[in-house]
Design a protein around this ligand. Sequence first.
Ligand SMILES: [Zn+2]
Length: 304
Amino acid sequence: MRVRKFLLLLLLLLLSSGEANSASWVNFPTSWDIGQAFAVSISSTAEYSNPVVTWMNRSITLNVEQGGAGRISYGLLGSDVRNTKPGNYTILFEFVQGGKKYKASGNITLKAREYPFENLRVSPKMVNPPKKELPRIREEQKLVGAALRTMTPLRLWTTPPQPPLSTMTLTSHYGFRRVYNGVPRNGHNGADLRAANGTDVLAPFAGTVVLTGFHYYAGGSLYIDSGNGVITVFFHLSNILVKKGDKISKGQVVAKSGSTGRVTGPHLHYSLVLGGQFVDPIPLLSTSITQMLKLGTQSQVNNL
Ligand SMILES: [Zn+2]
């Protein structure tokens, strides 16, 4: 093992001693379903800095880590079921190596996925809120928008995530097209999990709390940033045990579930936001970044 490590190190030294010998790659899927998370990476035999991936008009700062053929940067991306049309979308990778800026772009075909309708009965004021509540709702939307734009380069997320409840029972899937009291509204931007009032909610990833509050529709809300645009969101909480700025560890009890906001009963709403896009959080629970990258295509980056 030691000899292998030494040989690998020697190889890396040889490769990084001359710039002409360094090779870099990007990895991304060429086709994917709308609403589903996918993995991307930048990797190189030599040191590089400032890795950024631009997807859906958002620039996502990545981290440089040891791994792959020398150095690697991991990203998790996706598209929001509520406003993404099927078609071809450009993905752009950038990084700096040996004083030069490298760029690589590609195309990802996003395919439609059929998500069923769901009829729900809620209090009428949760479908058409009273006028006096509108300024409050607008103010909350501003706070949420800012929280979801948080971009920190350090990767605190590790896969697979910790499931947020010790018993995971899905009661409403991500992507369900929701009809409230007969009125069609936005699709479901997360997963609803069965949880009696007061159930422990665990942090899926390590991170930093970027927003907490009791919001009109979402009720008790918690937003956790885990780096590279990866943000976990919980709604309808009865009690939030952390505050803005708190550093939290993976699996930490961060809140108690409840039935606050627009709900039909007690449950935990769990959303995963990747670079501003709400994606289905459930499939990620049973996979890893390494497995996900195997579903992508790797291509070498040329100096442009
Ligand atoms: Zn929900």
